[in-house]
Design a protein around this ligand. Structure first.
Ligand code: C2E
Ligand code: CA
Length: 853
């Protein structure tokens, strides 16, 4: 690494990251963590701007691609790809911006990189969209797969021979684990060394072979993680046989990758080396005697001792073995722990609470008693400020004033640990809640249940969606929203068993996977329902978030399945559909996916294609519903219809929601505006139609689109429509988010003469203070109030107050859904004289509408 250039790249990424990740603002500690990852990551990390120019690159990038660090700055990221991949790839911006969330987070694009000297090498790329100081950008994590690929290639070539060899080996336990550490294959060596037959071993978690202490310290999980990150990890330690006896094992754990470089599992090779260990131990006794002698010698020569002790960059301490009283420490120890010399000397490690896990100290003492010395063992310690950190410790027994003492050298490795955890975490965990992310959830779902006995057990996916989370987020802010999501995550975890898993799919959507349910479908369903009801109750309990009393509720969709060959995407989709059913059934409810709904799952995929197709084929048309005032036709509301070749005229409720979800509404909406404007222009030339207005429904996505205003103005200009004849119907929900931005857009359009109407008025969260600030012209009374106006006192009262309100604000008011004379008369008495509804006319095709004029 090149220090001056590294500093230059640092300066750059400081500036670049000022915008942080969307939704995950880099607070001080995580920013610090980022910097560490950036510096020491084994992956190349490159930050590019929206144009695909590299804004910042970590030292590893330079090593990997063979450039000097400063050569990267502003270089197109494309130039790190071989020519042939560049050719196939559209511009950087187009390629990255529309990636769906799963891909953005999950990564796993497997391509080739090209070094400065022109050589190619296989890489795995994980992309993450971020906001940088200069706008949206992309953070790319690039992992060099050369070594892994070579290993894979060799493995593939020797696969057959390998199998037969593995089968015949009995000195080594050689077996495969799945991604989570469950045993998938077993060889005779495994049986000989560990005592489990193949049948017994398959499906066991490999942590079963570790001592209880190691399991409690999380050693098995740690090994998996390290193997996942480094490809392979070797280790020695005590293992437990089926009969409970222990042996000293020398083992390696190797990550197995599929063609795309994804980890599919691990290979574990274990050898019983108890005998060799014994021989080494006796040599170690000699070695430790030597060390002791050295320590003695050091002590004897006071000056030398002081020198080594005090100048060592490692935290050195001498503490009594029996009671933990600290006899001496060096400056590095004080720096690392944050204590002063006075606070430490003569106090015990327990008083200072140096060991967050007291049993770790006992483990160390145990090891020292057995071996007199131990090297490079990782422990956690606590600083004075309560912060817990990881240190790599080597220790030996010495004698101080006749008492057995521990001379320990420790190096703070928290940064490396944090980086390791963070890299691991980025790939599989949701940074906000710490729960599994979409990628891990899918992996977990793809994994078959492990043992033969459990093969018929059912599993369930619960799709949990918070009701009205958006409102909380909008009213109390994202910080409180985030706190809510974190608390919901904690509550969910408390509702499930250890074998189950909770993850966050994104937004306010959580997924729970229940494992090992009954093999009888009905029982499994009632077990899943039990958990779902527990979750409903837990989420409904009050929350205290940042001083606010909050409430929440959830809707849960469940699907129970047992067939492992099932497409996992399908399973999740089913639970999602069931969740929508729950929402429709009135929220705070549980619904099961029923096979009848399968049609909906299939429909949804084809409907999207159909809409695209219909746009191309020109199957959409506008109907016009008359609006009257004091008996005179004043205009029409344009209502979208789909003239479906097989189904006839399809109403908007059947396709608008999907069009909104998929973004197709932008095309549709533009088409509607274009048609309405052309109509206005066509009417302008005739006396009887020139004064008619057309109201067009605008959906939230359209209004929020950055190019909306320009596009509409150019449509008006192109068609020659008079802007004063066009009225945009906006819903109240539009003003919940980005209020100022929407107002600004409205004002720009209003300056050209356009008018605005608030649709479905009275159903949303309107409050007077914002209504007053909106540049609107008209309120449209929701048809449900009109419907009940004669029969229901409340609806009458609401309608009356809406009419009074519009008058107070100087706005006009129109009632929609007027079906009877009684309703019209009632409205007229309340002071409303503009109406739209079946009493006057249904929405009509254009030629029929024109015959009314
Ligand atoms: P909306 O804006 O509330 O439109 C009024 C709906 O009430 C229309 O349904 C209309 O046919 C219906 N309606 C009219 N008079 C009566 C009546 O007297 N009684 C009853 N019960 N209903 C009446 P439609 O056409 O099915 O439209 C449904 C919704 O679809 C609209 O609700 C609007 O939100 C949306 N929509 C329609 N066209 C467009 C469009 O071009 N763009 C967007 N973004 N949304 C549209
Ligand atoms: Ca409307």
């Amino acid at each position: 690494m090149n220090p001056p250039a590294q500093t230059a790249s640092n300066a750059h990424h400081d500036e670049e990251l000022s915008g942080a990740l969307p939704g995950h603002t880099l607070s001080a500690p995580s920013r610090h963590a980022f910097e560490n990852i950036f510096e020491i990551s084994p992956d190349a990390i490159l930050i590019t701007d929206a144009e695909g120019a590299i804004r910042s690159a970590n030292p590893r990038s330079a090593e990997m691609f063979g450039y000097a660090p400063e050569e990267f700055i502003l270089k197109p990221i494309d130039s790190l790809l071989p020519e042939r991949l560049r050719m196939r790839r559209p511009s950087h911006r187009k390629r990255y911006t529309p990636l769906p969330t799963a891909r953005e987070m999950g990564g796993g694009l497997c391509v080739f990189g090209i070094r400065k000297d022109g050589t190619e090498f296989p890489v795995d790329v994980l992309l993450k969209p971020i906001d940088t100081a200069s706008g949206p950008g992309v953070m790319s994590f690039v992992r060099d797969l050369t070594a892994q690929r070579a290993a894979q290639e060799t493995a593939r070539r020797t696969d057959q021979q390998f199998r037969s060899v593995v089968e015949s080996i009995s000195d080594y336990a050689i077996y495969l684990l799945d991604r989570e550490g469950y045993v998938r294959t077993w060889n005779p060596g495994g049986e000989r060394i560990k005592g489990y037959s193949e049948e017994e071993a398959l499906g066991l978690h490999f942590s079963r072979f570790f001592t209880q202490a190691d399991s409690e310290l999380g050693k098995p999980a740690k090994l998996l993680r390290q193997a996942a990150i480094h490809g392979r990890v070797g280790e020695e330690g005590w293992r437990v046989r089926k009969d409970g006896t222990q042996f000293w094992a020398d083992s390696t754990l190797t990550a197995i990758l599929d063609d795309s470089g994804e980890i599919t599992g691990f290979a574990k090779v274990t050898r019983d080396i108890t005998e060799r260990k014994r021989r080494e131990d006796s040599r170690a006794m000699l070695f430790s005697a030597e060390l002791e002698a050295n320590a003695e010698a050091l002590k004897a020569s006071e000056d030398r001792y002081r020198n080594v002790f005090h100048t060592s960059p490692e935290a050195v301490s001498v503490s009594r073995m029996n009671d933990g009283v600290i006899v001496d420490v060096n400056q590095a120890f004080l720096n690392v722990t944050g204590f002063s010399r006075e606070e430490v000397i003569g106090r015990t490690t327990t008083e200072l609470r140096l060991w967050p896990h007291v049993r770790d100290r006992l483990r160390l003492i145990d090891a020292l008693r057995r071996n007199a010395t131990c090297r490079d063992v990782e422990f956690q310690f606590r600083r004075k400020n309560e912060e817990v950190f990881w240190a790599r410790l080597s220790a030996t027994l010495i004698e101080t004033d006749g008492a057995a003492s521990i001379l320990a050298f420790a190096r703070d490795i928290s940064d490396a640990k944090l980086a390791e955890e963070k890299i691991w975490g980025l790939a599989f965990y949701d940074p906000l809640t710490g729960l599994a992310n979409r990628r891990l959830l899918f992996e977990r779902l793809t994994r078959c249940t492990s043992t033969t006995a459990r093969r018929h057990r059912k599993r369930a996916v619960l799709f949990v969606d918070l009701d009205d989370f958006k409102t909380l987020n909008d009213t109390l802010g994202h910080q409180v929203g985030d706190m809510m999501l974190q608390e919901v995550g904690r509550r969910l975890v408390n509702c499930i068993r250890e074998t189950d898993i909770v993850g966050r799919m994104g937004g306010d959507e959580f997924v729970v996977i229940l494992e090992d349910l009954s093999d009888v479908s009905e029982h499994a369903a009632s077990q899943a329902k039990g958990v779902a009801e527990k979750i409903l109750a837990a989420i409904a309990l009050p929350y205290l978030l940042d001083g606010h009393d909050c409430h929440s509720a959830s809707s849960i969709g469940i699907t129970v399945f047992g067939d492992h060959k099932k497409d996992i995407n399908e399973v999740v989709k089913q639970a999602d559909i069931a969740m929508y059913q729950a929402k429709e059934a009135g929220r705070n409810t549980v619904r099961f996916f029923a096979p009848e709904l399968q049609a909906t799952v299939n429909d949804r995929a084809t409907a999207e294609d159909e809409i695209r197709h219909a746009i191309q084929k020109g199957q959409f048309l506008l109907y016009y519903q008359p609006q009257v005032d004091s008996g005179k036709l004043i205009g029409a509301e344009a209502l979208l219809r789909w003239d479906h070749p097989a189904r006839g005229i399809v109403l908007p409720d059947e396709f608008i929601p999907l069009a909104e979800k998929t973004g197709l509404i932008l095309f549709l909406g533009n088409w509607v505006l274009e048609s309405a404007c052309s109509q206005i222009a066509a009417w302008a030339s005739k006396e009887e139609t020139s004064r008619l207005t057309i109201s067009v429904n605008i959906s939230v996505k359209q209004m929020r689109h950055p190019g909306f205003v320009e596009h509409l103005l150019s449509t008006l200009q192109r068609t020659g429509a008079d802007p004063k004849r066009l009225r945009l119907e906006l819903t109240e929900s539009m003003f919940v988010d980005n209020f100022e931005e929407i107002i600004a857009k409205m004002k720009r359009l209003k300056a050209h003469g356009l008018r605005f109407s608030v649709d479905d008025f009275g159903t949303g969260y309107s409050c007077l203070s914002y209504l007053k600030r909106l540049p609107i012209d008209e309120l449209k009374i929701e048809r449900s109030f009109v419907h009940d106006i004669v029969t229901d006192v409340n609806s009458g009262a609401i309608a009356e107050s809406l009419i009074l309100l519009s008058r107070a604000l100087g706005l006009s008011v129109i009632a929609e859904g007027v079906e009877t004379d009684a309703q019209r008369e009632h409205l007229a008495r309340l002071g409303c004289s503009s109406y739209q509804g079946w009493l006057f006319s249904q929405p009509l095709p254009i030629h029929q509408f024109q015959s009314l004029c």
